[in-house]
Design a protein. Sequence first.
Length: 40
Amino acid sequence: MIGSAYRFLAEKTSYLLAKKLAIDFLAKKPVLKTSYLEKS
């Protein structure tokens, strides 16, 4: 019982973490794009 609950929590946490990383990446992407264009 505890094992399945722990696994569910781990999956939920990893999903939220991946979602946060994806949002952070997409948020930073335009900034990287503009800074790259300014340098060249």
